[in-house]
Design a binder for this molecule. Structure first.
Ligand code: GDP
Ligand code: IMO
Ligand code: MG
Length: 425
């Protein structure tokens, strides 16, 4: 089996971009299957830093086919800007393909996302305001406009007219927002359609043919398990399925064609949005990790909430996505901390909780049960697993033991050559 899925095992920003770029060297095809430009995947190569939102993290290799699958919501303006910015830096995008079934983000999606967050006040969800959730809402309401619709002027004109009537009415009545001009938006999106056209394909055919031809296909998840619409900390989640099951629907691939699933987990835990976070550190250690790990949102610049590694969460992620291995990133960020804690279970009242709870009220009352580990010092130049300090090996072995899976990759810095490969791809 030659396909591999990369899934975030926590609340997103685990380093999926770095791991995807690293593994992409041996892949033929790299596919994004959900999310939109709410994602921010950072790839560092030599002294260059690339921040990708919609485009798969395989794009830095000129010979890889990169695919934006049907499960992604595509903001064409953002997509075309990303393409242009890459081309200006000498990165070729000729091998990039976009699904004709992907749903399209319109300005009213972004506006509704923004205004509904303001209206919720202190009960807001903390979204990235990219219109991702509103676009998925239209998809399930069956009024969405897809990439294939954009390419047919008559279809776009008809669907956009119907949508704008109801969206403008809703925006006026609910938020006293004047709304959008149909003629201007139609002209703007017809212009995007022209520029998008060369990228558009039935991408599920491309992926199927690649798998059948024994080519290596990498599926790059955005967000993370605890942001999954079903399995995350609902309602503080995104509106798609970042878990491995999302690949089948978001790329049009049957489950029997999926080989390995690698979860990416940071050596500690971060969260960008709202909701209970059992191991959160609201003290100077949390502040230290945020500074040392540069924990600020790639898309919004917001400071990420930081806490100790939570093995209850990663064990849950391993189960939900059937992870065959995990990649642990940012171990170097903890290098200078003398004593490191890992949460190995929760106490809820008089009970020990081993499985991640559904109720946010329960989660909010969970007290982490910690084990302590001695620090491991500088590891950023180490290239082999066996050369890692014994204290770090103890930490990693405990992660494997509790989470019930083996280590596939260790990351000791943001660059490609700061990666230790344990498993084969
Ligand atoms: P993603 O959304 O999962 O792709 O993660 P982000 O790119 O949002 O955030 C991860 C950040 O950590 C990026 O700035 C990466 O360059 C960086 N990073 C990834 N792996 C490592 C690592 O092992 N060590 C350090 N210090 N930084 C890393
Ligand atoms: P990557 O792929 C971290 C969070 C937002 C918010 C919630 C809902 O870089 O890991 P949305 O805009 O999706 O409706 O926001 O999800 N969120 C992320 N957090 N990393 C991401 O992506 C995220 N994408 C969305 O902060 O809490
Ligand atoms: Mg990110």
């Amino acid at each position: 089996m030659s396909s591999l899925v990369i899934v975030g095992a926590q609340w997103g920003d685990e380093g999926k971009g770095k791991i995807t770029d690293y593994l992409a060297e041996k892949a033929n095809v790299v596919v994004r299957y959900q999310g939109g430009n709410n994602a921010g995947h950072t790839v560092e190569v030599d002294n260059e830093i690339y921040k990708l939102q919609l485009i798969p993290s395989g794009i830095l290799y000129p010979d890889k086919q990169c695919i934006i699958g049907n499960g992604v919501v595509l903001d064409p303006k953002s997509f075309l800007e990303e393409v242009k910015a890459l081309e200006e830096r000498g990165i070729k995008t000729a091998n990039l393909r976009v699904s004709d079934r992907a749903h399209v983000v319109f300005p009213y999606h972004k506006k509704i996302d923004e205004l509904s967050e303001i209206r919720r006040g202190s009960s807001n969800l903390g979204t990235t305001k990219m219109g991702t959730g509103s676009c998925y809402a239209d998809k399930t309401e069956r009024i969405g406009i897809r990439v294939c619709d954009l390419l047919r002027k008559d279809v776009l004109a008809k669907k956009l007219k119907a949508n704008l009537v109801s969206k403008n009415l809703y925006l006026k009545n609910t938020y006293d927002f004047e709304g959008y001009s149909y003629d201007e938006m139609l002209a703007e999106y017809l212009n995007y359609a022209e520029q998008l056209k060369p990228f558009v394909r039935d991408t599920s055919v491309l992926i199927y043919n690649a798998i059948k031809a024994n080519k290596k296909v990498l599926f790059e998840g955005a967000q993370g398990t605890l942001l999954d619409l079903d399995f995350g900390t609902y309602p503080y989640v995104t509106s798609s399925h970042p878990t491995a099951g999302g690949v089948c629907i978001g790329a049009g691939v049957g489950p029997a064609l999926i080989g390995k699933v690698v979860g990416v987990a940071k050596a500690y835990t971060t969260m960008l949005g709202k909701g209970p976070f059992p191991t959160e550190l609201l003290d100077e250690t949390g502040e230290y990790i945020r500074t040392a790990g540069k924990e600020f949102g790639t898309v919004t610049g917001r400071p990420r909430r930081c806490g100790w590694f939570d093995a209850v969460i990663v064990k849950y992620a391993v189960r939900i996505s059937g992870m065959t291995g995990i990649a642990v990133t940012k171990l170097d960020t903890l290098s200078n901390i003398p004593s490191i804690k890992m949460c190995v279970g929760y106490k809820l009242g008089n009970n020990i909780i081993k499985n991640f709870p559904a109720s946010l009220e329960d989660l909010g009352e969970c007290e982490p049960i910690y084990e302590e580990f001695e620090g491991w010092g500088d590891i950023s130049e180490i290239k082999e697993y066996n050369k890692l300090p014994i204290n770090l090996l103890r930490y990693l072995e405990r992660i494997e033991e509790i989470c019930g899976t083996s280590l596939s990759i260790i990351s000791v810095g943001p660059k490609r050559n700061q990666t230790i490969m344990i498993d084969k791809f």
